[in-house]
Design a protein around this ligand. Structure first.
Ligand code: 4AD
Ligand code: MG
Length: 447
């Protein structure tokens, strides 16, 4: 047998005078590799004293079939080199740590089994996103991160400015003069790449963008992050139904892909994080999503006999408790809710003939609530201009967006899938802070 070289970090070592078992892990998968080091190795005692949990090692040896239980193969070491020591203060000693503690050591938690699994699944999920769209001929568009527009109109923008905060230039009316700022206008980190994706859909047909988005939304929940990743497909010559079909196919594709390619990692989530995970994923794959209009959803909520923390009334936004009731208790499966009241939705959504609702759609899933938000876009210039006026948006600022409706306008539609929320759904991890490498949330931007 030829010798192999394995680099990794020590998970545990147990041994006697005659030999040691060293469990090492290189991050490539959940399973450790067992190394057997015989006491007759050169420098054995000195090396073993330095092989502690967390140390980095380089092992040379023969890969042999294991006679022990728990592994098919093991390495019989001919040489063990300690590359980097870890003393007893290494925080990931073998014992159960709370999620909160692990968040505080976000620079070390990828070395914990559970987080190794989370971030391998995250990587695979990103790959599957591209595969899904590339296989279907969608063009990947890089939309800008710095923008002058507030796509969602919610005013949850992080300002981008290089002005001196202590002594900013002022206009003659005493206001800060952003005309003298870096971009000669007010600019922000983007909340969504949608408006720019629409530009490309109205040229290349089917496109998608996949990148970070930023929201200065002061909601401290387990499902909101201030910096999160979003996948936004946009399709020309497509209506709301085509949009709902794509969202459903996309969510199912991602689940199927992770089940196929990350089976070992899913095991650990099913065992330690969420016992119902495997059944739920199988259930979601097997069934069509329920589709109900917002008006029907309100009727279901009113007929539920529940007392809600936020009362249910036609015209109000669905709150998390309502969304979860629909998906978890009433329909017991993912639900696509469509045709929301125009007053609670952004300016770009297409007005329905009832003049009261717009072609919005949200996909709600059990355990999380909203995972997808999208719509058919208003392609009629006059209606869009009226919407913008109602939302207090200036036609001058959005002249480029209106041009899409002036020249060769087409029905088009798209949505945004929250990448971290999808990751929570496939792993069962309960907090968004634990599926992103370094979470940014109100009051917290360490690392
Ligand atoms: O519903 P949202 O706000 O929709 C848009 O931004 C549209 N412009 C998308 C489009 O039509 N192209 O956000 C889309 C999704 C939500 O359904 C949710 O999954 C996720 O993005 N999301 C968040 N994820 C984590 N933290 C937050 N603060 C999020 N806000 C939205
Ligand atoms: Mg939404």
């Amino acid at each position: 047998m030829p010798e192999i070289l394995v680099n990794g970090w020590v998970r545990t070592r147990r041994g006697s005078k005659a030999f040691s078992f060293i469990e090492i892990n290189d991050g490539s998968c959940l399973k450790n590799l067992q190394v057997i080091a015989d006491a007759d190795l050169p420098g054995y005692e000195e090396a073993m004293a330095r092989i502690t949990t967390g140390a980095a090692v380089s092992v040379q040896g023969e890969l042999v079939e294991s006679k022990g239980k728990g592994q098919a193969w093991e390495v019989k070491a001919s040489q063990v080199t300690v590359v980097g020591e870890a003393d007893a203060s290494y925080p990931l000693q073998k014992k159960g740590h709370s999620m909160e503690f692990l968040r505080e050591i976000a620079h070390l938690r990828p070395r914990a089994n559970l987080f190794g699994a989370v971030f391998r699944v995250r990587s695979r999920l990103a790959y599957a996103v591209h595969q899904f769209y590339q296989d279907r001929g969608f063009v990947y568009v890089h939309t800008p991160l710095i923008t002058a527009s507030d796509c969602e109109g919610a005013g949850e923008l992080f300002r981008v400015s290089t002005l001196d905060p202590l002594d900013p230039p002022k206009t003659e009316h005493g206001q800060i003069d952003y005309g003298q700022d870096f971009f000669a206008r007010p600019t922000y980190l983007t909340v969504s790449g949608q408006l720019e994706a629409e530009v490309f859909a109205c040229a290349l047909g089917n496109v998608y963008t996949f990148g970070p988005t930023f929201r200065a939304e002061n909601s401290n929940t387990s499902r909101h992050a201030s910096e999160f990743w979003m996948i936004e497909p946009e399709m020309a010559f497509t209506d709301l139904v085509g949009n709902m079909d794509l969202a459903e196919a996309f969510v199912k594709y991602l689940i199927a892909d992770i089940r196929e390619h990350c089976a070992d990692d899913l095991e650990i989530f099913g065992r330690f994080v969420d016992k119902g995970l495997h059944d739920r994923l199988a259930f979601v794959l097997d069934r069509p999503f329920q589709r109900v209009s917002y008006t029907e959803a309100i009727e279901v909520l009113e007929a539920s006999g529940r007392t809600w923390e936020h009362p249910v009334a036609w015209g109000d936004n669905l709150q998390s408790e309502h969304e979860r009731y629909l998906a978890e208790e009433h329909f017991k499966c993912p639900v696509t809710v469509y045709n929301y009241p125009k007053e609670i939705k952004p300016f770009y959504m297409r007005l329905n003939d009832d003049n009261k609702t717009v072609t919005a759609m949200d996909v709600l899933v059990p355990g999380i609530g909203e995972i997808v938000g999208g719509s058919q876009r208003e392609e009629r210039l006059d209606v869009l201009e009226a919407n913008m006026e109602r939302h207090g948006l200036s036609k001058e600022d959005y002249g480029w967006y209106l041009d899409l409706r002036r020249f060769g306008s087409v029905p088009h539609a798209g949505f945004g899938l929250g990448f971290e929320r999808m990751l929570m759904f496939v792993t069962g991890m309960a907090n968004i802070r634990d599926v992103i490498p370094f979470a940014r949330t109100p009051g917290s931007a360490e690392f």
